[in-house]
Design a binder for this molecule. Structure first.
Ligand code: K2U
Ligand code: ZN
Length: 172
């Protein structure tokens, strides 16, 4: 297993639209395992392949407190969505920022599992929010896109300034 590098906003590669997975094989399952290791180490409760610079329609989720409920969604499609829930979202690709985003409270989603078998599931609350957040990543969309342009630019400028300071500290 390996910990993968997570792309950070405003990296343009995060804006790539992911393409469908055509074969669910051992190579994909290795990537899946590496994504779980990366997500748990972050720590986070979700991770999309886009965030580790793999532009395939694949995401992993585990909202449990003890890593006991890992979910793999390959080629996910939302079949139904209803209700509304507003929650403070963060993102491993936008470290240190949390802003309110409104999403559907309940969804029905169809996907392939890690064996390539077709599955359908319902999700609500935090799990529904997390799946929608990850599926946005597969479309090249970030939670900051739901904010005002001014707020998004402020976050972008602060992250770029922090990165300049970090790299200056490394050189010294
Ligand atoms: O895509 C990601 O960066 C993973 C997010 C998923 C997420 C975002 C908003 C709301 C729910 C899930 C990270 O896990 S954000 C870090 C985090 C950690 C624990 C609980 C909620 C969010
Ligand atoms: Zn995210």
């Amino acid at each position: 297993m390996a910990k993968l590098t997570i792309l950070e906003f405003p990296d343009p590669r995060l804006r790539t639209k992911a393409t469908a997975v055509s074969v669910v094989d051992d190579s994909l399952r290795t990537l899946i395992d590496d994504m779980f290791e990366t997500m748990y180490a972050a720590p986070g409760i979700g991770l999309a392949a886009t965030q580790v610079n793999v532009h395939k329609r694949l995401l992993v989720v585990d909202i449990s407190s003890d890593k006991s409920e890992p979910l793999v969604l390959i080629n996910p499609e939302i079949l139904e969505k209803d209700g509304a829930i507003a929650s403070d979202e963060g993102c491993l690709s936008v470290p240190g920022y949390y802003e309110e985003v409104e999403r559907a409270e309940h969804i029905r989603v169809r996907f392939l599992d890690r064996q390539g078998a077709a599955q359908e599931m319902e999700a609500e609350g935090l799990l529904a929010v997390c799946i929608q957040h990850e599926m946005d990543h597969l479309e090249g969309k970030l939670f900051v896109d739901y904010l005002s342009e001014a707020k998004r630019q402020r976050i972008r400028k602060k992250l770029q300034k922090e990165r300049r300071h970090q790299s200056a500290a490394v050189v010294m």
